[in-house]
Ligand binder design. Structure first.
Ligand code: ZN
Length: 240
């Protein structure tokens, strides 16, 4: 038995996704099946693509997971299991755009037939369905994390709604961060820099490594590379 999903953020290149086994949980936080099993159009094989932008955190082989890829998105990590041997075309540290091909569906590891086991991990595995089915969920979660970090750092009292409006813009314009800054907003920016491919410490201390990463990022996106994180840099970061 399989059913077709109305997917907004595809993980299969040909867009049609059939669910063959759902995420199941007996107790909250203790899933008995910690992801969703998917197959492609006409119950078939397909290329596997990145659900959203992020940096490849790990690839490898495991007797249960088979050939696998993990992608770090900041607020969560997406995982792709049972891929075809020798089909993985990314490596740890690569920055990926949403939709980039990472490999091909297979049946490696503990698997009875070709499928993709797709999962989302925060501190533990959670139900990945909202991530597949909700428009802009990754972007909105990033902006919510930004707003929370600004509230924590400056008592900005922003509504955590995932939208960069007037108040969020003002909170950043009033509090640009640079070498020597130290707070949760710095930590958020470091997490995003890590996500887009700069492996720096995410510790809330704006040191020279963070400054260099900021300058490189600013050059990459074509804005003034002054090493200071203001509204322009933040907007480029959350949109990447
Ligand atoms: Zn599975």
């Amino acid at each position: 038995m399989s059913s077709m999903l109305d997917v907004k953020n595809p993980v299969l290149k040909n867009k049609d996704h059939y669910l063959t086994s759902d995420y199941k949980t007996r107790n909250p936080g203790r899933p008995t099946h910690n992801g969703m099993d998917l197959i492609g159009m006409n119950r078939g094989l397909d290329y596997i693509i990145a659900i959203d932008s992020g940096v490849v955190s790990k690839t490898g082989y495991d007797s249960a997971m088979g050939y696998y890829v993990n992608i770090y998105h900041g607020e969560c990590t997406s995982v792709y299991f049972h891929m075809k041997k020798d089909s993985i075309r990314v490596r740890a540290g690569d920055f990926l755009n949403k939709g980039d091909i990472i490999g091909y569906m297979g049946s490696t590891g503990r698997s009875t037939g070709p499928h993709l086991h797709f999962g989302i991990k925060t501190t533990s595995y959670i139900d990945p369905k909202p991530y597949l089915l909700t428009n802009n969920i990754f972007y909105k979660n990033r902006v919510k994390a930004l707003q929370t970090s600004l509230n924590n750092s400056y008592n900005s009292k922003l509504v955590v709604d995932g939208i960069i409006g007037t108040m969020t813009t003002l909170a950043i314009k009033n509090n640009p961060i640079k070498l020597g800054s130290k707070n949760n907003f710095v930590k958020f920016v470091q997490q995003q820099l890590y996500r887009v491919g700069y492996p720096i410490a995410v510790d809330g201390n704006f040191g020279t490594n963070t400054e260099n990463a900021v300058k490189k990022f600013q050059t990459r996106v074509g804005i003034s590379s002054d090493g200071i994180v203001g509204i322009d840099t933040v907007k480029k970061l959350v949109n990447m």
